[in-house]
Design a protein around this ligand. Structure first.
Ligand code: ADP
Ligand code: MG
Length: 140
């Protein structure tokens, strides 16, 4: 399988509870390398643009308000099949359905406040990485 990069976000419920290091340990234990990382405070416009694909969903307002409620940590994870591997490490969207040992099973509070975002396909990974990082920030 090819080496891939994927965009990850440690969400406000997790940064607020000081879980950045514990979540990063899960990525590293799974063989994902954190090749770029920064802690930022999103604006509402930035959160709305990032989640544009969900703009007609009933939870869009709740989601975007949540994403600006505290700082987030945006990061690029790299590794063999990193996009799918990260989705595995994250666990199901709703923590009630997440497998044992996954980030969402261990840390998420609810289907909305679910601790992490991860790109879902190569195309979205490329767009999402470019949304937060310049080429010069990706040193591999
Ligand atoms: P994922 O983050 O697993 O890719 P989605 O892309 O379907 O999930 O949804 C994006 C985010 O929107 C979720 O991670 C979660 O924070 C929020 N969300 C999804 N479904 C709901 C819901 N039913 N109620 C509230 N928030 C939701
Ligand atoms: Mg998604």
């Amino acid at each position: 399988m090819a080496i891939e990069r994927t965009l990850s976000i440690i969400k406000p419920d997790a940064t607020k509870r000081n879980l950045t290091g514990k979540i990063n340990a899960k990525f590293e234990e799974a063989g994902l390398r954190i090749v770029a990382q920064k802690r930022i405070q999103l604006t509402l416009a930035q959160a709305q643009k990032f989640y544009e694909v969900h703009k007609d969903r009933p939870f869009f307002g709740e989601l975007t308000e949540f994403m600006i409620s505290e700082p987030v940590v945006v990061q690029v994870l790299e590794g063999e099949g990193a996009i799918a591997k990260n989705r595995e490490v994250m666990g199901a969207t709703n923590p009630a359905n997440a497998a044992e040992g996954t980030i969402r099973k261990d840390f998420a509070l609810s289907v909305g406040e679910n601790s992490v975002h991860g790109s879902d396909a190569p195309e979205t990974a490329a767009v999402e990485i470019a949304y937060f990082f310049s080429g010069l920030e990706l040193v591999g």
